[in-house]
Ligand binder design. Structure first.
Ligand code: HXC
Length: 522
């Protein structure tokens, strides 16, 4: 073949690769409201920045007719490029070719991309859209998944890993996303489950469809699997772009700074009246958060799951911070199993990637009751203590109102290594709330009073005494457990000034003997 013919051959091969599983399959994909793998990459990346690798990879499997189904790229588009001017690596499964199913060569492409991402120190994005392990390739396909899982674990805590589920993701295939930092899902067009509806019916007699079993709504409200949901492919990819704007490329970098027009000395008098007069009345802690951080910068993660805790990213004076808060508007802000998992996992992500943590505390305690105890609130709650204690990033804490008992300690208290702890004058820091405390302290006296009016008066008197002496911030301030009591309006500026100085914190744990790793409660 002459040079010209060789060039033509290359161009025709490229054209063939671009068609994935063919026009018919692409039309089907579009009809279902899904973009193709290449369209997704094109949309996500900065224009013209994508470099594809392994476009000509094909499988070498035989049997069950697969030897006749050879497709350039083998059902995944992989490579690197830029998002927001910063490098990322990506693998996008192409459902149009053999249902995006994963065999030996597809897996090798993905692992190669992951390995390069890890050595370069750039985030790995995985767009899932696949029928799972390629049945015809048997154990070679399982090996491929094993290799991917291993790379997920090797990359964890070194580079950010983000998975988007944009079609089926079933069986053991779910464990790659599960090992990554964030999972996003598309509404209606994606699902994730270990065993599909047919097996569920056969094994348990349960009738359930795909979306009710493992759709975006289920995973973003009930199971805590999906951090974010987009209404379609484009919105999901937009969310990935936004997420990336808050996180560094790897664990040796600082998160990206963005200059802000919002003055750091801005006082907010409205904050002074945000708490209801009755300490048992709820309010929306997100209003506190959005008033304190740079205008428009709060980006909530898991907005619909375990809503008694709020977690997300924000900026303060242009610097990225991780926000963690109790939400009095939901279950009075108490900590239960799911909110403990939500907080602990987010703290560990922030700590892995050098993102300072700001914690807003208003917590009546851990959730009581048999459901929580039998579900293991003890081991789940322990994760919060573990994660905060282990975290060495700057930790700033604002106690807004209630901070009772173990939950006070857990929510980034000074005792777990917080660097700057302040409270509003409304803070109540004590072993327990006034009602419970009085009942225990004065049980005998109360039951000895027979006249109900007298009894009520006595209870009111001792409750007031308790509130004044123990349920205030000043006992903690007197001990130096909190660094300051501040007016709500001063919160933004106080936090900014602390963050500015503490951001260069280096913590060397000389008291800890060398160890392989700690044993985190699960
Ligand atoms: C080989 C597969 C495949 C698979 C789909 N295809 N899944 N080929 N291995 N796992 C092929 C189909 O044969 C079809 O080929 C094409 O992809 C499109 O699939 P359709 O069924 O026509 O599409 P649709 O109707 O949209 O249904 C999609 C689907 C269904 C729901 C995903 O294909 C399905 O149920 N597939 C099997 C899912 C599954 O059980 N996978 C194994 C999970 S266990 P043609 O010839 O028409 O182009 C697993 C273990 C991982 O993954 C292990 C990790 C440890």
């Amino acid at each position: 073949m002459g040079k010209e013919d060789l060039y033509k051959l290359l161009l025709s091969k490229r054209e063939e690769a671009m068609l994935g599983g063919g026009k018919e399959a692409i039309d089907k994909q579009h009809k279902e409201g899904k973009m193709t793998a290449r369209e997704r990459i094109e949309y996500l990346m900065d224009p013209g920045s994508f470099t594809e690798i392994d476009m000509f990879v094909t499988h070498r499997a035989t049997g069950f007719g697969i030897e006749k189904r050879i497709g350039l790229g083998d059902g995944v588009v992989a490579g690197f490029g830029k998002v927001g001017g910063r490098p990322i690596f990506i693998a996008a499964q192409d459902f149009t070719f053999l249902g995006g199913s994963l065999g030996e060569k597809q897996a090798e492409k993905i692992v190669k991309t992951m390995r390069t991402a890890l050595s370069v120190g750039a985030p790995m994005i995985f767009l899932n859209d696949s029928g799972g392990a390629r049945i015809q390739e048997g154990v070679d396909s399982l090996k491929g998944y094993g290799d991917i899982f291993y790379m997920n674990v090797m990359s964890s805590g070194v580079i950010p890993q983000i998975a988007a589920i944009m079609g089926p993701c079933a069986g053991g295939a779910v464990y790659s996303p599960a090992l990554m930092d964030f999972i996003l899902m598309t509404q209606r067009t994606s699902y994730m489950f270990i065993t599909g509806p047919r097996v569920v019916k056969a094994a348990l007699g349960e009738e359930v469809d795909e979306l009710s079993l493992g759709g975006a709504e289920v995973h973003s409200t009930k199971s805590g699997i999906a951090s974010l949901v987009g209404k379609d492919d484009k919105e999901t990819l937009d969310l990935i772009r936004r997420l990336l704007s808050y996180i560094p490329s790897n664990n040796t970098e600082e998160p990206p700074y963005v200059k802000t027009d919002d003055p750091v000395e801005r006082a907010d008098p409205e904050l002074d009246s945000i708490l209801p007069d009755d300490p048992d009345k709820p309010y929306d802690v997100k209003e506190v958060i959005t008033r304190v951080v740079d205008a428009g910068s709060f980006f909530e993660i898991f907005p619909h799951w375990a809503q008694n805790a709020v977690v997300g990213f924000a900026r303060l004076g242009g610097r990225v911070v991780g926000i963690i808060a109790n939400q009095p508007n939901y279950m009075a802000g108490s900590l239960d199993i799911d909110s403990s998992d939500k907080i602990a996992r987010f703290v560990r992500f922030l700590d892995s990637f050098n993102i300072p943590i700001i914690t807003f505390v208003d917590v009546p305690g851990f959730m009581p009751g048999t459901a929580q105890e039998h579900g293991g609130i003890i081991r789940h709650g322990a994760k919060i203590l573990f994660a905060y204690s282990e975290a060495t990033v700057p930790k700033l804490t604002v106690i807004l109102r209630k901070a009772y008992g173990g939950a006070y300690i857990a929510m980034s208290s000074r005792h777990l290594g917080a660097d700057y702890v302040v409270s509003w004058p409304t803070a109540e820091i004590a072993v327990m709330g006034p009602a419970g405390a009085v009942e225990i302290l004065y049980r005998k006296e109360i039951s000895a009073i027979t006249d109900p009016e007298e009894r009520k008066k006595f209870v009111e008197k001792v409750t007031e005494e308790y509130k004044e002496k123990l349920a205030t911030p000043y006992m903690a301030a007197a001990r130096g457990y909190i660094d300051d009591v501040i007016l709500p309006r001063e919160t933004r500026n106080k936090l900014f000034k602390a963050l500015e100085i503490i951001s260069t914190k280096r913590e060397i744990r000389i008291r800890t003997p060398p160890k392989k790793h700690a044993n985190m409660p699960v």
